[in-house]
Write a protein that binds this ligand. Structure first.
Ligand SMILES: [Zn+2]
Length: 287
């Protein structure tokens, strides 16, 4: 799965701000022949990552994208789109935080389900269908793993048309207008999601080792130092050392702040130097 993030910050849904605890995923398809992501997804000028997103997604020349208060005149939005990037490859783009209540299905499933759209083409290209079907299954597997959902459980992974039959969504036929034409049902899709999740679980020891090596190689000295200091900074020194520490502060050997943090060699040297000077000046350094 290739997952980009381009939040639709100008859409009315963005400022709605109601939150959900995701209990399912609803799959939609756009119902219009335009497989490009730029038809729906555009960063707003000044938006974080604008240049990179614009290069990846491509420019919408018609200003009919969904990063606008009411796309095509409707209060609608989804959590993501799957379609073609500017280079013609398939990707998913997250367009709302997963836990924002999305305006994707016109029914109560908005309170429970994350909703994403697959950009339709002319519904006649097997290669495009295979690529977006797989991307949609991978995105759904990712979301099910993220929220601990079983894709085969009743009502968890559904399409808009299934939601409509349950009375959870408005009357739309997506994705049943498309999947069956290419020989796939939503049952197939749910099984595909489950299979991807099981494959993810079946990581070999060798894969685990490789993943850990990758993790270590990305961890910088700064990451480690920041974590260590964040852990140590709020801690208190042991009771028995406090009076002695105060004495060291009084002698000017340390300022006494953050007493549990690690000491670099230059600080240790400066403390030793201060102690040696104090000793030479005839002060008592040790107990
Ligand atoms: Zn729909």
């Amino acid at each position: 799965m290739r997952l980009l993030k381009c939040y639709l910050i100008k859409n009315n849904n963005w400022s709605d701000g109601r939150r959900i605890t995701p209990r399912g995923v609803m799959v939609h398809s756009t119902g219009a022949n335009n497989p490009t992501l730029r038809r729906y997804v555009q960063p707003a000028p000044g938006q974080e990552g604008y240049d990179g997103l614009m290069a990846a997604i491509g420019r919408n020349l018609y200003n009919n994208h969904w990063n606008t208060p009411k796309p095509d005149g409707y209060n609608v939005c989804v959590h993501g789109f799957i379609g073609l990037l500017a280079d013609g490859s398939v990707a998913a783009v997250q367009t709302l935080p997963w836990e924002t209540r999305g305006w994707h299905c016109g029914g109560q499933a908005n309170n429970t389900h994350i909703g994403f759209e697959i950009c339709e083409d002319g519904l006649d290209d097997p290669a495009y269908f295979a690529a977006v079907y797989r991307e949609a299954a991978e995105l759904t597997a990712y979301l099910c793993e993220l929220y601990g959902l079983d894709p085969l459980a009743d009502g968890v992974v559904i399409c808009h048309a299934e939601g409509a039959r349950r009375g959870w969504a408005s009357q739309h036929s997506d994705v049943e207008n498309w999947f069956p034409r290419r020989g796939r049902t939503m049952d197939d899709f749910r099984r595909e999601v489950k299979k991807i999740m099981e494959e993810d679980e079946e990581m070999t020891d060798q894969q685990k080792e490789a993943l850990f090596e990758e993790f270590k190689s990305r961890l910088t000295g700064r990451d480690i130092a920041e974590k260590l200091n964040a852990y140590l900074a709020p801690q208190e020194p042991p009771e028995w050392a406090r009076a002695l520490l105060q004495e060291a502060v009084d002698m000017g050997l340390t300022d006494g702040t953050q007493p549990m943090r690690y000491v670099p060699r230059f600080e240790a040297a400066l403390m030793a130097r201060a102690a040696a000077k104090a000793s030479k000046d005839g002060q008592e350094v040790n107990e």
